[in-house]
Design a protein around this ligand. Structure first.
Ligand code: TRP
Length: 336
C-alpha cells in the first residue's frame, strides 16, 4: 500500500505554548507514529520573515520549536523533519508556481485583505501600506511547501484552510497547463482538536500575550497558572467545570478518569486557589521530563543543527526528484 503523505509547517515566530502543543504538536506526533503515514514536518522560517525582521528572534524561535518537537518525542528517523530554508527547491518552485497563479487569487487572501481593510479604517491613502510582496505571495510559497512533497493531507488551523485551498487551485491550474504533475492536497481541519483558552479567557495565542509557554520552569509555571481568570465564586460554592479555563487545560492533558474526578471536586465546591494548585502540580509533573530534555537540547544547538541538516538531506533528495519532473514539464529541461 502506498503511504499517505501528511505535511505541515510551523512558522518560526515564537516559543511554543500549551495551546500549540495540544492543538498541533500532539496530534502531529501521534500521526507520525502511524505506519501508513509518511509524516513531513518543517520549520517555516521563510514564512517567518513576513512578520519577523529580528535575526536573533528568528534563530531563537527556530531552535525552540525544533527542541520542542524533539523533546516531545518526534523521531527524526521515522519522519521528515527539516527547515524550509534548507531546501532551495522550495523558493524555486514557488517562482514557477507564481507564473501560473493569477494576481486575483492572491487579492482574495484573507491575510492580505485584512491589511487592506486595516488601512481603510485608518484612512491611509495607500490601501497597500505595509504590505510586502512576501505577505502578498505568502500562499504561493505555502503551495510550494505542500506540492513539492506531493502531500495528500495538510493538517492546519482554521486560519490556514484558505491557503491550502489556494494550493489546490494552483496545483490544478499547473496540472491543467502542463499535464499531471502534482498531487492535489487536502486541508485537514479537525473541529474537535482542542483550542485552549488563555489566561484572560480569550483563545490562547502569542498575539494576545495570554499564553503559558510549554517549557517554563516550575516557578514561572505556577505564577502563570495563578493568573488564570476565574469568576468570584467562593470555596464551598459549586463551580461549573465547563465554564472554567482551569478545568479546560487540565482536561486537555489528563486521562478521562482524572478529568471526571476533577470535575466532581469543582461541582462540590473546590476553591479556585486549590483548583489552580491541582492544575499546576499536574502540569508540572507531566512536563517535567520533556522540560529537562528541552533544556538540554536548547543548550546544544550543534546537535539540533545536525538533526536539521540530516532532515534537509532527506528532503532535498525528494524535492530534487520532483523538480526534475517540474522542469521537464515546463520546458526548462530537455526530456531525454
Ligand atoms: N502558514 C502556516 C501557519 O502560519 C505555516 C505553514 C507554512 C504551513 N507552510 C505550510 C502549514 C505548509 C501547512 C503547510 O500556520
Amino acid at each position: 500500500m502506498n503511504k499517505k503523505t501528511v505535511l505541515t509547517g510551523i512558522t518560526t515566530t515564537g516559543i511554543p505554548h500549551l495551546g500549540n502543543y495540544v492543538g498541533a504538536i500532539r496530534p502531529a506526533l501521534s500521526e507520525s507514529r502511524n505506519e501508513n503515514v509518511n509524516a513531513c514536518y518543517f520549520l517555516a522560517d521563510l514564512h517567518a520573515l513576513v512578520k519577523n525582521r529580528d535575526p536573533n528572534l528568528l534563530r531563537e524561535s527556530t531552535l525552540a520549536i525544533a527542541a520542542t518537537w524533539l523533546a516531545m518525542g518526534l523521531d527524526p528517523d521515522k519522519s521528515m523533519f527539516y527547515r524550509q530554508s534548507d531546501i532551495p527547491d522550495i523558493p524555486a518552485l514557488s517562482w514557477m508556481l507564481s507564473s501560473v497563479t493569477s494576481k486575483g487569487l492572491m487579492n482574495r487572501s484573507h491575510a492580505y485583505k485584512a491589511f487592506v481593510q486595516e488601512n481603510k479604517i485608518n484612512h491611509s491613502r495607500d490601501p497597500d501600506k505595509g504590505v510586502t510582496m512576501a505577505l502578498f505571495t505568502y500562499p504561493i510559497l505555502m503551495a510550494a511547501d505542500i506540492l513539492i512533497f506531493n502531500a495528500h493531507q495538510v493538517p492546519v488551523g482554521k486560519d490556514q484552510i484558505q491557503h491550502v485551498e489556494m494550493a489546490r487551485d494552483i496545483a490544478q491550474r499547473f496540472n491543467h497547463l502542463y499535464g499531471e504533475t502534482f498531487v492535489i492536497p487536502e486541508a485537514v481541519f479537525d473541529n474537535k482538536t482542542a483550542v485552549l483558552t488563555g489566561l484572560d479567557g480569550r483563545k490562547m495565542s502569542k498575539t494576545y500575550n495570554n499564553s503559558i509557554p510549554l517549557f517554563v520552569d516550575s516557578d514561572k509555571l505556577r505564577k502563570l497558572i495563578m493568573k488564570i481568570k476565574t469568576n468570584s465564586l467562593q470555596p464551598g460554592q459549586p463551580k461549573d467545570p465547563n465554564e472554567s479555563v482551569i478545568f479546560e487545560i487540565f482536561q486537555a492533558f489528563s486521562s478521562p478518569e482524572e478529568a471526571t474526578n476533577f470535575k466532581e471536586k469543582l461541582l462540590e465546591g473546590l476553591g479556585w486557589g486549590d483548583a489552580k494548585q491541582i492544575l499546576f502540580e499536574y502540569l508540572d509533573f507531566y512536563l517535567e521530563k520533556p522540560r529537562q530534555e528541552y533544556n538540554r537540547l536548547i543548550m546544544d544547538s550543534a546537535y539540533i543543527e545536525s538533526i536539521l541538516k540530516q532532515g534537509a538531506l532527506k528532503a532535498q533528495n525528494k524535492s530534487s526528484e520532483m523538480m526534475i519532473k517540474v522542469r521537464k514539464a515546463i520546458g526548462l529541461q530537455a526530456i531525454e
